[in-house]
Design a protein around this ligand. Sequence first.
Ligand code: DX5
Ligand code: ZN
Length: 218
Amino acid sequence: MEKIIAPSILAADFSNLQSVCQMLNRSRAEWVHIDVMDGVFVPNISFGFPVLEAIKRHCVKTLDVHLMIRNPEKYIQRFRDAGADIITFHLETVDNPQNTIDLIRKSGAKVGVTINPNVPVAALTPVVKQVDMALLMSVFAGFGGQKFIPETFERVKELQQIGSLQDAKFLIEIDGGICLDNAHALFDAGANILVAGNCIFHSSDPTKTIDQLLNCKE
Ligand code: DX5
Ligand code: ZN
């Protein structure tokens, strides 16, 4: 089973993005998670295309773009052109998920879909067969540094059941409040990709923390 750590750049030092990218390039993180917030769907604004382009110039890892924006379909191609390898949209932000999925697919990016912790996992039933990844938020989207919601474990199980009923093949990503005290249990529970912001970037040795999240000794 795939086991991937996706450091969330939101918690990094933006005054020195180039060295952040160099550190990530040297690390065992395979993906880099990019949180885009619009101040409308979520009560916070992060960054957009120019920052993603800058990261793309320096980072060799898979860029995993998490859109926390209304009307995501308007911006899919621009995020793809700016360097997104995977584009994840919130189910809550669209009327016609299939349309957004088709637009992402057409752009050449991999397709991810996500829901906040208050949305029933069953809401993903109609789309799991069409996506490459389903992301379960383990905090409410909007801010880094929040506390992990433990009910996420049950939700992973539910998502796996929904997937296996349809014989759907998608990766499961978890995002929010992940650190050394819950990462291994989440991988054991069936998560494939874990996003971690504060845990990595506020540690004294980020590459070592990434290794520990992956359970590597060296
Ligand atoms: C929250 C974001 C997360 C966040 C994770 O809206 O989607 O990706 O950056 O940060 P930590 O790991 O600090 O909770
Ligand atoms: Zn995120």
